[in-house]
Design a protein. Structure first.
Length: 561
């Protein structure tokens, strides 16, 4: 709350200073300058500072060249730091005018071209025309009338187009100055018809200019000068006389002096030397009264030349001495002005060099950070690509692992199915062997039962058959079974040997039968042993396998191998 109140009070104080400066401008110039300096010091707003600096620059433009330029440059600096194109345009246009007023045309041209570029970018036609008009005025001062003509014609075309539109209302008052300057340019180029055309066109705009009397008199004086150049003295006299009448009526002393000089030239041209002398004297007297050194210098030179041509050497010498005095005064003033001008140009060039260096430095910093940003972005993109590729690779590896797992599971399933199939085949084979042994046993029992009924020779034959059948039952059945069992349970006997290497062949067979979860009866049927013998064999096997004091089932233990 306190901060807001402080801002409001500061704004009111600034507003009061602006109003006070406005009131003081026409009354007390010192207070006016102090008020503007105060505004520049306390204002938090760049635009307010810039407007105050421009006012000070314009205030000092007629009496303090250095101060005028310094305030103009300070306004440009603040505007450029602010970055607002409208403020930059305003500040550099004023700076161009300040340098132009002081005769520093090269620097003024630089500023007006900068202003022109901004107006072109903003598509602000009126601004373009103002810039072109000012550049044309500089070209006149630099005696480059062709370039001046090009710039003025472009400016005139733009303003004529814009003044015909709603947005261009009020621009017609800017056109007369351009037309007048075009007349001056064509007159210097000795294209007198074009010069007269633009002078006459300019007269049509007399009603829209601010100071009608000053504008019309100046234009008529230019027309009179043109008619003198083309040897039309009567037309020249009418224009010059009308210009003098206007200046006498408006009490324009400086303009009257110029008219007296021009009238004297006219009377010299029409061979009326006394009237020419009268105008020279009247002009010189008025110039002496107002203290115009330049006009006294010009008229004293003309008086000296006049008396020299008339053969009056004393008067010619008198005015020649005065002319040299005025020349020395002007030269001294011009020397001071030139030194100041050179100092300001040097200062501007140094400042411009620093500004360009700062621009290059900022550009280098910008390029560095841009390169760094591009590098970081490239690294980020590379890391992203690598991470993305890694994720794809991991996903692919995961898919491959899943596929491998699925294949393994499928293989295991196939193996289990195959194992189950082989177990079924083995079980089927064992059952077949059991049935085969039972059949052999029945045959043997049948032969034994009928053997007493046979004679001795036949009885011996039957005994041999019984022995062969019993022998086939013990060996061939086991051998076939062991081969098939080894094909299904490849590592079983190896593991069994590792656990208990001292097992006999019959015990190994018993382990294989128990691994197939066969009953004591089934084992008895295959081996031909009694049930009691098999039970005893099982007990001995548990002891060898160290399962005597354990509740572990013997078949389960063997199935786990």
């Amino acid at each position: 709350m306190v901060r807001k109140l402080h801002i409001v009070l500061k704004f009111l104080l600034l507003l009061s200073a602006l109003l006070f400066a406005t009131l003081c401008r026409g009354n007390d110039q010192g207070k006016y300058v102090d008020s503007l300096n105060y505004i520049i010091k306390v204002s938090p707003d760049d635009s307010t500072k810039i407007y105050a600096l421009v006012d000070l620059s314009q205030y000092y433009s007629m009496n303090d060249l250095k101060a005028s330029i310094q305030f103009a440059e300070k306004a440009v600096d603040i505007a450029r730091k602010n970055g607002s194109e409208s403020l930059i345009s305003f500040a550099i246009f004023n700076a161009g005018n300040a340098y132009f007023t002081q005769g520093i045309y090269e620097t003024a041209t630089v500023y007006f071209y900068q202003y022109l570029e901004i107006q072109k970018e903003d598509k602000h036609k009126t601004g373009e025309a103002f810039a072109l008009s000012n550049i044309g005025a500089i070209m006149i001062r630099m005696d480059d009338y062709e370039k001046a003509k090009i710039n003025f014609l472009q400016a005139l075309r733009i303003l004529s187009d814009e003044s015909d539109t709603e947005s261009g209302t009020g621009l017609s008052d800017k056109i007369p100055n351009i037309l007048n300057n075009l007349g001056i340019v064509y007159q210097h180029l000795q294209q007198y018809d074009s010069a007269l055309y633009y002078y006459k066109e300019c007269l049509a705009y007399n009603d829209v200019v601010e100071d009608k009397a000053y504008f019309e008199a100046s234009l008529l004086n230019n027309i009179g000068s043109l008619f003198l150049d083309i040897d039309e003295p009567d037309s020249a006299y009418r224009a010059l006389t009308k210009a003098m009448e206007i200046r006498l009526k408006s009490k324009d002393i400086s303009g009257q002096i110029a008219s007296h000089s021009q009238m004297a030239d006219y009377f010299q041209k029409v061979k009326l030397p006394q009237k020419a002398l009268d105008h020279y004297y009247q002009g010189f007297a008025k110039a002496s009264k107002v203290g115009s050194i330049e006009q006294q210098y010009s008229l004293s030179g003309k008086l000296s030349a006049y008396y020299a041509s008339a053969g009056n050497s004393d008067s010619a010498l008198k005015y020649l001495v005065l002319n040299n005095q005025f020349k020395d005064t002007l030269n001294n003033a011009k020397t001071i002005q030139e030194l100041t001008r050179l100092e300001l140009i040097s200062s501007y060039k140094e400042k411009e060099r620093i500004r360009i260096y700062e621009q290059k430095r900022k550009k280098a910093i910008y390029l560095f950070y841009s390169a760094l940003l591009v590098l970081l972005l490239s690294i980020f993109i590379l890391l992203y690509i690598l991470a993305n590729n890694r994720n794809k690779r991991l996903k692919l590896e995961g898919n491959n692992a899943l596929l491998t797992t699925q294949n393994t599971q499928l293989e295991n399933k196939n193996l289990l199915n195959e194992l189950e199939l082989k177990n079924k085949e083995l079980t089927t084979n064992v059952l077949n062997m059991i049935r085969k042994n039972e059949l052999i046993k029945q045959v043997v029992d049948l032969l034994v039962e009928h053997k007493p009924k046979l004679n001795e020779g036949d009885s011996n034959f039957i005994n041999s058959i019984i022995r062969d059948l019993n022998s086939m039952q013990d060996d061939s059945i086991w051998n076939e079974f062991e081969i098939r069992y080894q094909q299904v349970h490849t590592e079983f006997f190896d593991k069994l040997t590792d656990i208990c290497p001292g097992l006999s062949t019959n015990e190994r067979r018993l382990c294989a039968f128990l691994r197939l979860d066969m009953t004591t009866k089934d084992i008895s049927s295959i081996t031909g042993q009694s049930l009691r013998s098999i039970e005893v064999a099982r007990t001995r096997l548990r002891k060898k396998l160290l399962l005597t004091n354990s509740e572990t089932n013997l078949s389960d233990f063997l199935s786990s191998l």
